[in-house]
Design a protein around this ligand. Structure first.
Ligand code: GTR
Length: 333
């Protein structure tokens, strides 16, 4: 049996030790629960560490009744699989990028527009404020079967490839660049002149090794921790995307929790949003240093205006129906 099918048969993202799983709320609420959590990144990565710490807080607050078991490093599959497993309740907590969530909750796709945020501070103000809260609620109220717990920082995404440094839009011509599985990203790369190829993060190394793609795009920590510099050493600071991450909880598992436990999880998740942020900035610095030491060739892109102009069709296509929301985001100062 494939691991994924096995997980699906497992049904709940919880291991209830004193009662069966999937019991109605009152019985299950009192049971000892180990909440399964997953992330594509390894232990020590800011998002993973923040969720591990969140689990420790839950354990302390409930005298061990609630805890988190982290499955890092894509142990439960790529992001698509993680979302599916959280939806059916095969795992409780998934830390995913907003990237693949766009097609599930259309408003979230606005965060996936190229050059949407001016900088980290702008992005943080948006996710920490009313818009951030509203979008988490939109997700929780949607038919996605997920509860939006909190946001996390994921820095800026830059293009990397194994052919040459990118200085201008022209340099991207003919390059096959892996993008996350969401049409907005393929369209973005194509409008920049490259060839966007959608695939999961879990398939990327193989695709770079076999030449299916010439490179990809990501923040420093993902590039460094995934050792992508071994396959694509030119890392160019195109800064075309700034996509926050999102921590989701399986709605199915959520429904088995008492209101008190739900409130507690929300509280520690909000704290995790700030804790991850501090870890993130440290890690960005360390990752940049490590990747350069490992041979990555990093270049600034002096003039980003032509890149911004080139993605105008993407804004027209994906932004037109969300003009009011876009305006509100832009107005956040
Ligand atoms: C990373 C992000 C992951 C995943 C990955 C990707 O920055 O943390 O959740 O989305 O990028 O490119 O697929």
């Amino acid at each position: 049996m494939k691991r994924r099918d096995f997980l699906k048969l497992g049904v709940a993202g919880i291991a209830a030790t004193s009662t069966g799983i999937g019991l109605p709320a009152p019985a299950a609420a009192q049971a000892k629960m180990v909440l399964k959590a997953t992330d594509v990144h390894p232990l020590g990565y800011p998002t993973v560490e923040a969720v591990v710490r969140m689990g420790k807080k839950l354990e302390t607050a409930t005298n061990g009744r609630l805890s988190v078991q982290m499955y890092p490093s894509m142990q439960l599959g790529g992001e698509k699989e993680m979302i599916e497993q959280a939806q059916v309740g095969a795992l409780a907590i998934a830390r995913i990028s907003v990237g693949p969530m766009g097609p599930i909750v259309p408003e979230l796709n606005i965060f996936n527009l190229p050059f949407m945020f001016r900088d980290d501070a702008h992005m943080e103000k948006v996710i920490d404020g009313a818009i951030g809260d509203e979008l988490l609620k939109k997700l929780s109220d949607s038919s996605a079967n997920l509860i939006g717990l909190c946001w996390m920082n994921a820095g800026t995404r830059n293009v990397y490839n194994n052919k040459k440094p990118i200085d201008s839009v022209d340099d991207l011509k003919g390059l096959k660049i892996r993008m996350m599985g969401n049409p907005v990203f393929v369209d973005t790369m194509n409008s920049l002149g490259g060839n966007g190829v959608a695939m999961g993060f879990d398939q990327l190394i193989n695709a770079m090794q076999t030449g299916v793609v010439d490179g990809a795009e990501n923040n420093y920590p993902s590039y460094e921790s995934g050792q992508h510099y071994r396959y694509a050493k030119y890392y160019s600071k195109t800064g075309h995307l700034m996509i926050p991450e999102i921590l989701v909880f399986s709605k199915r598992t959520w429904a088995t929790l008492s209101k008190e436990d739900q409130d507690l999880i929300m509280k520690v998740a909000k704290e995790a949003q700030q804790e991850e942020r501090a870890l993130w900035y440290e890690r960005e610095k360390e990752s940049l240093k490590k990747m350069v030491e490992a041979g990555a060739v990093v270049n600034e892109v002096a003039d980003k205006k032509p890149f911004q102009a080139a993605v105008k069709p993407v804004w027209d296509k994906y932004g037109a129906q969300h003009q009011a929301l876009i305006q509100r985001i832009q107005d956040v100062k």
